[in-house]
Design a protein around this ligand. Structure first.
Ligand code: GDP
Length: 217
C-alpha cells in the first residue's frame, strides 16, 4: 500500500504541537521467552528495529510519554519482550532491539530465539511496526523482517524514522526507493516519520489502532 496521503504529502514541518492522537498505555510485564509471555488478551502490535534506529523514541512519541520505552531501556530489560496494555484495548509489545553491537554472541542468539518464536508462534500477534533509520535503507535485518511479514501474511508498517535529519528531496527519494520494493506487497505500508518532530505520528497511531481492533473481525 502506498503512503497515507494526509501526513506525508505535507512538508516535513515541525508538527510537535502536542495535538497528535496518542496511544494511552501502561506497562504490563516483561518476558524473556515466548513461554513466559502473558496470557493473550486481545490483539498485539509488536515494535521491532535495529538498535539505535529510534524504536524507543518512536514508542514514546506514539504514546505521548517518555516513560514508556524507559521501561524497556532499564538494565536487565533490554533483551526482553516488554508488554504494554493499551487503554482502548489490545497490547503493544516492544521487542528487543536487533544488533546491539556490544551484546555478546550468546545474547544475540537468545534475542533471535525469543523474537523468532514470538513472531512466528504468538497467535495474538496482529501486526508489526518496523522502525528503521531513513539514512540506512535496506539493512539485512529490515529486509528479512519485511520478507517474513509478507510470507506470514502479517501486516507490517515500515517507519522511515529520523526524517528530520534529511532534506525533503532526500526523504522522498528514500521513500520511493523502499516503495519500489514494497509496491507489490499489499500488506506492507511505509511512512515517513520523525520521533523528534512528530511527522507521521497521526498516521502511525491510526495504523496501530486499526490493527489492535482488527483481530477476529
Ligand atoms: P533504539 O535503540 O532503537 O530504541 O533508539 P533510541 O530511541 O534510543 O534512539 C537512538 C538515538 O537516535 C537517540 O540519540 C535518539 O535521540 C535518536 N533519535 C531517535 N529518533 C529520532 C528522530 O526521529 N530524529 C532524530 N534526529 N534523532 C532521533
Amino acid at each position: 500500500m502506498s503512503q497515507p496521503r494526509d501526513t506525508n504529502s505535507r512538508p516535513a514541518a515541525n508538527t510537535d504541537r502536542g495535538s497528535i492522537d496518542r496511544l494511552q498505555v501502561s506497562f504490563l510485564t516483561s518476558a524473556p521467552s515466548l513461554r513466559q509471555c502473558p496470557t493473550p488478551d486481545g490483539a498485539e502490535v509488536a515494535f521491532a528495529g535495529r538498535s539505535n534506529a529510534g524504536k524507543s523514541s518512536v514508542l514514546n512519541r506514539l504514546t505521548g510519554s517518555r516513560q514508556t520505552a524507559k521501561v524497556s531501556k532499564t538494565p536487565g530489560r533490554t533483551q526482553l519482550l516488554n508488554f504494554f496494555t493499551v487503554a482502548s484495548g489490545g497490547r503493544l509489545v516492544d521487542l528487543p532491539g536487533y544488533g546491539y553491537a556490544k551484546a555478546a554472541r550468546s545474547a544475540q542468539k537468545d534475542w533471535q530465539r525469543s523474537v523468532n518464536e514470538y513472531l512466528s508462534e504468538r497467535d495474538a500477534l496482529a501486526a508489526v511496526v518496523l522502525v528503521t533509520d531513513i539514512r540506512h535503507p535496506n539493512q539485512a535485518f529490515d529486509v528479512d523482517l519485511i520478507d517474513w511479514a509478507v510470507a506470514s501474511d502479517i501486516p507490517l508498517l515500515v517507519l522511515l524514522n529520523k526524517t528530520d535529519k534529511l532534506k525533503r528531496n532526500a526523504q522522498f527519494q528514500a521513500l520511493r526507493a523502499i516503495e519500489r520494493i514494497t509496491r507489490e506487497m499489499p500488506s506492507v505500508d511505509v511512512l515517513l516519520f520523525s520521533a523528534h518532530n512528530g511527522l507521521g505520528g497521526d498516521a502511525a497511531v491510526g495504523w496501530v489502532r486499526g490493527h489492535l481492533g482488527g483481530l477476529g473481525e
